[in-house]
Design a protein around this ligand. Structure first.
Ligand SMILES: Nc1ncnc2c1ncn2[C@@H]1O[C@H](COP(=O)(O)OP(=O)(O)OP(=O)(O)O)[C@@H](O)[C@H]1O
Length: 253
């Protein structure tokens, strides 16, 4: 196995009691890489993310394998932040450290660095109810980063934020990604977000198969939104999604 391999997913299929969600998905997840899961609504993006995170409900029947050559530290960021309302910003961020059995002397220092970087240092003792959506999502990001995960999993993390806040947070994620050695997997509906945050773009079809796995040459491009190559890549991805849709609806000759 390659030394920088975090996980090998082989022939993964997931069946819920009333329907199947994924069909024979195979992929490799490498260290220090950025992955996107993109596809139409209901195609199984969240199911794939949860399968990788090992968080599928007990009702899901899973076939195939997910093999990690070494134990992985994983963190999950959800669309609705998942903060504890009775804990302050700092307490929310430090929670995963408290739950760890291993002593981590540098954790407080790391948490403070993260909170400062994400411009939350003036809100340490505030409760989530007093924060804006963007601030809450920053707390969730800081919390997921503080344990220095091998794999950061994000389920539509910015979809409930306004456009400017979303853009700022996407920049924050890229900066933190570039300063770390982790891999991240982001589920999104947005082609623009996919091209911004993913070097590997995995496109699922309506039937829950992996229809395309694309290497995005514009990933990590400086000031991507001011660059033509970024928009050309968005157009390419949009074409592939439309072709998938067309193939599905085309009448047989
Ligand atoms: N716990 C569950 N029990 C039964 N069916 C489920 C469950 N979770 C998801 N499904 C079904 O599996 C399919 C895939 O769901 P999933 O949430 O993974 O898709 P998605 O691509 O993330 O959707 P969206 O883009 O709308 O969030 C859907 O048809 C959904 O109804």
């Amino acid at each position: 196995m390659k030394s920088d391999l975090l996980m090998v997913v082989k022939d993964l299929s997931v069946h819920y009691p009333n329907r199947s969600a994924l069909h024979k998905i195979s992929l490799e997840i490498l260290a220090n890489e950025a992955y996107i899961i993109l596809g139409p609504s209901g195609c199984g993006k969240t199911t794939l993310l949860y399968a990788i995170a090992d968080l599928l409900t007990h009702k899901a029947c899973v076939e195939g394998s997910r093999i990690a050559p070494r134990p992985l530290k994983k963190s999950l960021v959800l669309q609705d932040y998942g903060l504890f309302p009775w804990k302050t910003v700092l307490q929310n961020v430090m929670l995963p450290i408290e739950l760890e059995t291993r002593k981590d002397d540098k954790a407080s220092e790391r948490a403070m660095f993260m909170l400062k970087h994400l411009k939350l240092d003036a809100h340490l003792d505030e409760y989530p109810s007093t924060l804006s959506g963007g601030q809450k999502q920053r707390v969730a990001l800081a919390r997921s980063w503080v344990i220095e995960p091998d794999l950061l999993l994000m389920d539509e993390p910015f979809s409930s934020l306004d456009a400017l806040t979303r853009e700022q947070l996407q920049e924050d994620v890229l900066t933190l990604f570039n300063q770390s050695r982790m891999s991240m997997i982001t589920v999104t509906h947005s082609i623009e977000e996919a091209v911004l945050l993913g070097r590997h773009i995995l496109i699922l079809s309506d039937e829950g198969t992996l229809s395309h796995e694309i290497i995005n040459p514009t990933f990590n491009l400086e000031r991507a939104r001011e660059n033509e190559a970024y928009y050309e890549q968005c157009i390419e991805i949009r074409k592939l999604l439309k072709e998938d849709q067309y193939e599905k609806t085309a009448l047989p000759l």
